[in-house]
Design a protein around this ligand. Structure first.
Ligand code: GDP
Length: 531
């Protein structure tokens, strides 16, 4: 089995997270440039045109200039095989991001130097913390006026509750941005705007002890300020400790400018040195080690109709152990079936490449005829274990969905069911209505637009949405002991069922939940759906 150990150990699989506009797309493109995966990173144009050309696909994204879905990019750099999981920046799609983070071994957090920690970063960060994966920070846009560096670090520590360790230190910002001081090499690397779309640039390095040249290079004032800050920094910041980084307690921080391509390669190099090889994963038979176990994977994302011309559905799986070979048979544990995966492929930018083999750490997309669900496990035919499931998040917005043309009932039902299977929406039914009227729950309201858009465009079904006032959902944990008909809640409570027939309750506010629990002794409610 050890012949693939080397392949697995050179893999690095990480997600990039950021608040929209912090520069995630730009940074990703610059990474790819170093890997030679795409030739000219600058070929991705401004917002109005195909800004997210590398990884976005849906019209809604283009119209709104947001990234809705996440995709996967693979490239080689310096002997490493790197898998980047791109995540949607918009907060309404955070559930998709949560799932993507489940497939990553570490995360890169991009922060806008003029803004510090923003709402979306905070939310996503919590998921990283939950998973205890290492987080690496890139503070971007140093070529623009930035917040004070100490303040930025303080902000990360306070807002996110993680210690920071600057790997380098910026010299000025905006028009006065002159480069960074590398704390390990103890030298100053001067900033020069590289030619757009290339990775070439002249880089000047001067040891910090060489005060004379330093002052010549960055000016007397900047040099004095830098020397003062470095002294302060060496005394005040957390000691670098790789172990703490890998446990997710300490985040290494680099400064740079993705747009002008300064500091990107320095960051990439440091990052690759510190991040982990594919991590073992929890399954019901214990931890599965990537190099000591034959092929296994889990589905973390299902995406339909990525390309309208294909009208297909792709299940994305993260390989957790061993080697995948396109010809081999695998067991789909939840479906209890042994099969060959159909058209295994790697989604590279907007190209697809059919794969013959892949290793633990890699992400593959397989054609899905509608059999996979999020969280499903695949393993060798002789085995039958399951990876820990992916938690679903309780929807916070609800709407009643009606089809306009009731003749299209079949397409309507198929459409909402498929979109629900992908995890974009959750669907519920009232006890006394048929399937032409359902209740949809979403984590972010933009999902309603996506649902409407996709039903119209992919299933040719027009719908009407009526917003409902509910904000909380609870499953009945002890449903077998509770007589639903006798359950007495508040007047604004609604009883519904999920597609598996499990009863659940919708509430307008948390006060009603408390009231209902008080009125029905023995009732046990839970926030998360169970399969
Ligand atoms: P995303 O939403 O996080 O993917 O952000 P983008 O990568 O699309 O960047 C948002 C905007 O910020 C774009 O107009 C970029 O050109 C710009 N941008 C990205 N990085 C930098 C940078 O380092 N400096 C400056 N000045 N602008 C940047």
């Amino acid at each position: 089995m050890s012949n693939y150990t080397e392949e697995i150990n050179r893999r690095r699989t990480f997600a990039i997270i950021s608040h929209p506009d912090a520069g995630k797309t730009t940074l990703t493109e610059k990474f790819l440039l170093y890997g030679g995966a795409i030739n000219l990173a600058g070929s991705v144009k401004g917002k109005a045109t195909a800004r997210h050309a590398v990884s976005d696909w849906m019209q809604i994204e283009k119209d709104r200039g947001i990234s809705v879905t996440s995709s996967v990019l693979q490239f080689e750099y310096d002997g490493y095989c790197i898998n980047i999981l791109d995540t949607p920046g918009h907060q309404d799609f955070s559930e998709d991001t949560y799932r993507t983070l489940m497939a990553a071994d570490s995360a890169v957090m991009v922060i806008d130097a003029s803004k510090g920690v923003e709402a979306q970063t905070r939310k996503l960060f919590k998921v990283c913390v939950m998973r205890k994966i290492p987080i690496f920070t890139f503070i971007n846009k140093m070529d623009r006026e930035a917040l004070d560096t100490f303040e930025l670090l303080d902000d990360i520590e306070k807002e996110l509750g993680i210690a920071t360790c600057p790997i380098n230190w910026p010299i000025g910002s905006g028009k006065g941005f002159q480069g960074v001081y590398d704390r390990e090499k103890k030298c100053v690397i001067a900033y020069s705007d590289t030619e757009k779309g290339t990775k070439e640039g002249t880089s000047i390095e001067i040891p910090i002890q060489d005060e004379e040249h330093l002052k010549e290079l960055i000016g007397e004032d900047a040099a004095d300020k830098l020397l003062g800050e470095v002294e302060l920094l060496d005394g005040a910041s957390a000691e670098f400790d790789l172990d703490e980084v890998q446990k997710g307690n300490l985040t290494p921080v680099c400064f740079g400018s993705a747009l002008t391509n300064f500091g990107v390669e320095i960051f990439l190099k440091h990052f690759l040195k510190m991040t982990t090889t594919p991590l073992p994963r929890k399954a019901d038979i214990g931890l599965i080690n990537p190099t000591e176990h034959e092929f296994s994977a889990f589905v973390f994302k299902i995406q339909a109709n990525m390309n309208k011309a294909h009208r297909d559905r792709i299940a994305f799986m993260r390989i957790c152990s061993g080697k995948f070979d396109a010809n081999m048979e695998v067991r789909h544990v939840q479906g209890n079936k042994v099969m060959r995966l159909s058209q295994p492929q790697q989604i590279m930018a907007d190209e697809r490449k059919i794969l013959n083999e892949a290793y633990a750490g890699d992400i593959i997309g397989v054609f899905d005829p509608g059999i996979f669900s999020i969280g499903d496990t695949l393993c060798m035919p002789k085995e039958k274990f399951q990876y820990e499931g992916i938690p679903t998040f309780a929807p916070e917005h609800f709407a009643r969905v009606r089809q306009v043309d009731t003749m299209k009932r079949k397409q309507f039902v198929k459409g909402v069911e498929q979109i629900a299977q992908e995890g974009a929406i959750q669907i519920f039914q009232e006890f006394n209505t048929g399937l032409e009227e359902i209740i949809v729950g979403v984590v972010g309201v933009l999902q309603f637009d996506v649902l409407k858009y996709r039903l119209e465009n992919e299933y040719n079904v027009e719908i009407r949405l009526e917003n409902l006032p509910y904000e909380h959902i609870r499953w009945i944990e002890n449903k077998d002991e509770i007589d639903l008909a006798k359950l007495s809640g508040t007047s604004d409570m609604k009883k519904v069922k999920d597609m598996k027939g499990n009863p659940l309750l919708l509430f307008v506010n948390s006060w009603s939940i408390g009231m209902t629990l008080d009125r029905n002794k023995g009732l046990v409610l839970t926030e998360f759906g169970r399969n």
